[in-house]
Design a protein around this ligand. Structure first.
Ligand code: SF4
Ligand code: SF4
Length: 206
């Protein structure tokens, strides 16, 4: 099972510096979602006039389901400067891949809990690292898209956009670079590296 926890209020308010469209995934039994806290915070953002629309749905990690649901909100999404997704890391990445010209941010961090974890028949994956990097990597997970799970940029072994560990695989950091370039956010690559806090894994599993 996974557990999602809201990012800090300060982080979410900073993500909502412009207008935002919000997606909540109340998804599957395998993911615990902080419904009440998320709703309260989102109501505050809406009261401040920062929200163009809210979609609360399930299984946004199912691309066909997600596309259909989002198609009913095209205008609200177009009006927003960014989309904030409150889900596990897989959901955020699925939305990010679909809305490729939009800034898509994670409102939650995803942690592991003992027990069954959902099986996702998708190309994107989340390692439940508890400290989600998607907001500075263009919605592409560096832990799962890079063979070495590097969080501080390309290793230098990539050739023609392919990974040196697996030549059949796109280099995850090349993808991150191209995506940030497309979004006009290459400045994010200059953010200080967020060192992984492995202590949180132990705390959550206790
Ligand atoms: S950075 Fe990757 S592994 Fe960590 S929570 Fe985000 S999607 Fe999951
Ligand atoms: S080539 Fe790219 S994906 Fe492969 S290990 Fe290096 S940075 Fe990671």
């Amino acid at each position: 099972m996974l557990i999602t926890q809201l990012k800090s209020r300060e982080t979410i308010e900073a993500l909502a510096c412009g207008k935002v469209f919000i997606i909540n995934c109340h998804g599957c039994k395998e993911v615990s979602f902080p419904e009440k806290e998320a709703k309260a915070l989102q109501e505050e953002l809406a009261a401040a006039g920062k929200v163009t629309g809210i979609l609360t749905t399930d299984y946004i990690c199912n691309p066909e389901n997600m596309k259909l649901r989002l198609s009913y909100h095209e205008k609200e999404i177009a009006e927003a400067d960014a989309v904030i997704v409150f889900s596990c890391g897989v959901g955020v990445q699925t939305v990010s891949e679909y809305l490729e010209t939009k800034k898509v941010y994670a409102g939650c961090d995803t942690y592991p809990l003992p027990g069954f974890q959902g099986v996702t028949p998708l190309e994107v994956d989340c390692d439940q690292c508890g400290q989600c990097y998607l907001n500075i990597t263009g919605g592409i997970c560096p832990l799962t898209a890079c063979s070495k799970s590097l969080v501080n940029g390309q290793c230098g072994g990539s050739k023609n956009g392919k990974c040196e560990v697996d030549p059949d695989m796109e280099c995850g950091w090349e993808r991150i670079y191209q995506r940030l370039k497309q979004l006009g956010r290459l400045d994010l690559l200059k953010c200080p590296v967020q060192l992984r806090n492995y202590a949180t894994d132990a705390e959550v599993s206790e």
